[in-house]
Design a protein around this ligand. Structure first.
Ligand code: ADP
Length: 327
């Protein structure tokens, strides 16, 4: 059963000439959840988002928000709002005027516009800068303004296109926490486009993995990470070894992969390198058939008896930790 404010895509398709950028995508975004569209560059994430926003026409299929078929509705009449990657703030307007701009277009009077803009600026913790111009703000602050500007229209669904990609890594993690907090407070559905699996795992209630214009898998971060359906998902999410196993392929998490210097194990490999990552060390290996493998070991275990490049190791895992892949 669809909830009253769920957003449903039904066989949504976008063709550019003969090529399908989005190929018959069907999915229900449950209302009030943080959803990430995740996939490599060119897989159709932004095109999907732009069709939901109404900035791109659908070639075929439907977009239904609650009881309304919004496939052909103008952007401002959809109940969605978009926060862009480039913040696109008006340079000659103050911060609060930028946030209140859409209310001005609707003829809302000035005191009311300011009051509503200030409420949102407080929510994104930038109210003291309300009188500044965008050029007097840092990138992270401009982004908060852009967020407030998108939220002032009281959308049922907020669309975010790579909102964190312009920020430095430290700020990106901070802003990620803020986005998640805001989404929880507002209860609005967020659909966030990213090519970063870390970002998607940190933020999402639901991850939708796309590949070649189609949805490859969707589910909670744990479902997608613990049980990748296909080789593509296992490799894209990372942290897995993909191995040929008779008829098909299997995935084994790198942190469930064991190494020993000799003895019984599923296969033998040569160590090609070890990467120190603080709490863990990732040991890279090449199997006899050329497959690249990795094992994530605790730093204590690794440094107690380090594996040097060139060492021959036996790779093993518990049968319960191997997972059959489709396709
Ligand atoms: P993503 O957001 O996942 O990087 P896009 O949705 O931007 O991917 O693009 C999906 C595919 O559609 C890509 O192959 C891209 O080259 C193509 N595409 C996107 N926009 C256009 C356009 N305006 N004209 C032609 N092809 C386009």
């Amino acid at each position: 059963m669809r909830d009253a404010l769920d957003l449903e895509l039904a066989s949504l398709t976008k063709r550019y000439g003969a090529a399908a950028a989005v190929d018959a995508v069907s999915h229900v975004f449950a209302s009030g959840r943080y959803c990430c569209l995740l996939g490599p560059s060119g897989c159709g994430k932004s095109t999907t988002l732009r069709m939901i926003a109404g900035h791109e026409t659908a070639t075929s299929g439907d977009i239904v928000l609650g009881a309304d078929n919004i496939t052909h509705a103008p952007p401002a009449a959809r109940g969605t709002a978009m926060m862009f990657q480039s913040y696109a703030l008006f340079p000659h307007l103050s911060v609060w005027e930028n946030v209140a701009f859409s209310l001005k277009m609707k003829g809302v009077e000035k005191n009311e516009r300011r009051r509503r803009a200030m409420t949102l600026l407080e929510m994104v913790e930038i109210a003291p800068m309300a009188e500044r111009r965008p050029a007097q703000l840092s990138g992270g602050q401009q982004q908060r303004v852009a967020l407030a500007r998108a939220l002032i229209t009281e959308p049922r669904v907020l669309l975010l296109d790579e909102p964190l990609s312009a920020l430095d890594p430290f700020l990106r993690v901070r802003m990620r926490v803020e986005l998640k907090r805001l989404q929880r407070e507002l209860g609005v559905t967020f659909i966030h486009v990213t090519h970063g699996q870390d970002e998607a795992m940190a933020l999402s209630d639901d991850i939708i993995v796309m590949n070649g214009g189609r949805i490859e898998q969707s589910g909670s971060p744990r479902e997608v990470f613990d049980a990748p359906r296909t080789e593509f998902v296992a490799r894209f999410m990372g942290g897995h070894n993909v191995l040929a196993n008779g008829a098909g392929k299997i995935a084994v998490r790198a942190d469930r992969t064991r190494l020993s210097r000799s003895g019984e194990g599923a296969l033998s490999a040569t160590v090609t390198g070890a990467e120190f990552q603080g709490t863990v060390v990732i040991v890279a290996m090449r199997a006899a058939d050329g497959a690249e493998l990795s094992a994530t070991l605790s730093d204590a275990a690794f440094y107690a008896d380090p594996f040097d490049p060139g060492a021959t190791v036996t790779v093993g895992w518990d049968h319960a930790d191997q997972h059959a892949l489709a396709g």
